[in-house]
Design a protein around this ligand. Sequence first.
Ligand code: PMP
Length: 426
Amino acid sequence: AMGLRDEQTMIARRAALLGPAYRLFYERPLHLVRGAGVWLFDPQENAYLDAYNNVACVGHSHPRVVSAIAAQAGTLATHTRYLHTAPLDYAERVLGTLPGAIDRMMFTCTGSEANDLALRIAKMATGGTGVVVTQTAYHGVTEAVAAFSPSLCLPGGVPPHVRTVPAPCAYRSAGDPAMRFAADVSAAFEDMKHCGVTPAVFICDSVFSSDGILDGPAGLIAPAVLAAREAGALYVADEVQAGFGRTGDAMWGFQRHHVVPDIVTMGKPMGNGYPVAGLAARADLIDTFGQNVRYFNTFGGNPVAMAAAGAVLDVLEDEGLMDNARDTGLYLKNRLSEIMSRHTVIGDVRGAGLFIGLEIVKDRREKTADPARAVAIVNAMRDRRVLISASGTSGNVLKIRPPLVFSKADADLLADTLIDVLGNLD
Ligand code: PMP
């Protein structure tokens, strides 16, 4: 069996072989060898409750997804320069869940590539280059997308064609967060234009995950979208984290905000772990792009990826997972709110469906962020074999984002473990 010594060896091998760009979770990094449903297992077969991974949205190693992948891999694995029904059938299904105006789809392998493609499409449609994003946003790893992912803390900050605005936080905002957000977006585009940069994109994660999980109130994004369009930019809804039913009330996070995006990007949960991502957009945008650019993505939309993605949609429907996200999410949020009433370090409990954030603060009146305590809680939870993380502009928001098959018993285990952890920290 593997022990602590082996873990130290693996950490050293990682450093030697992969270099320092890769970061591990937790003070005591976790070696995982197997997953099933909401459970992850270390080499000693200890079970960890996964309350963090949204990629495995229908549960780790779901048998229907695994067998769909295996069957297609054993039949045909080519690319989109041959005719195949799989990407067509899948596009029809996904477009059926989106507003009618969004009627074309393109496939990539990662969310980063989807956002990169969205930027290319928007640049061509607007003739601009300027991007407005939230202060701690993350949208991906390509050079173009990393430039508007300020959470990466790039050396030198964001480049001149990018402007950041504070995310709309109902907990901390003085006044109406939606109106403030719109005013900030408008001012950012105005400033950009004064500097000779033409607007192209307003992009936001529909739950503002890296900005601290800001789910509402409903309609939160709508005035900012209007402001962006007035400035001549397109609105890109990044659904890489919020999408595929996680928020419990709708298939897509933006739907709660009564907006119709120009482009919707998606990824992570789309293939339950198989790399598949893409975007959906209005036909006029995709056609303008496609008439000028030949786009071939070797693995994007390949039949194996489509088999995985199709099986995910089947399971989401057949197991009623969006409803479970709503019901279990509400149950968990109520339990956490009850814990908040007895622990002053929790300043706010918020979230939609199975995407929940807890503000860890030094004091409730000043709402002073306490990232050190948030990290201590995350590590103490890990030591008790419940996996969560922290996010937010100050890194003090506990991030709870489990597979959508999370049950009320799982929610109880999470809540009871948190009670134990808080009791020991206080
Ligand atoms: N957008 C958001 C909101 C994300 O959270 C991520 C991944 N964390 C991405 C885009 C990039 O996706 P990928 O890692 O698949 O490139």
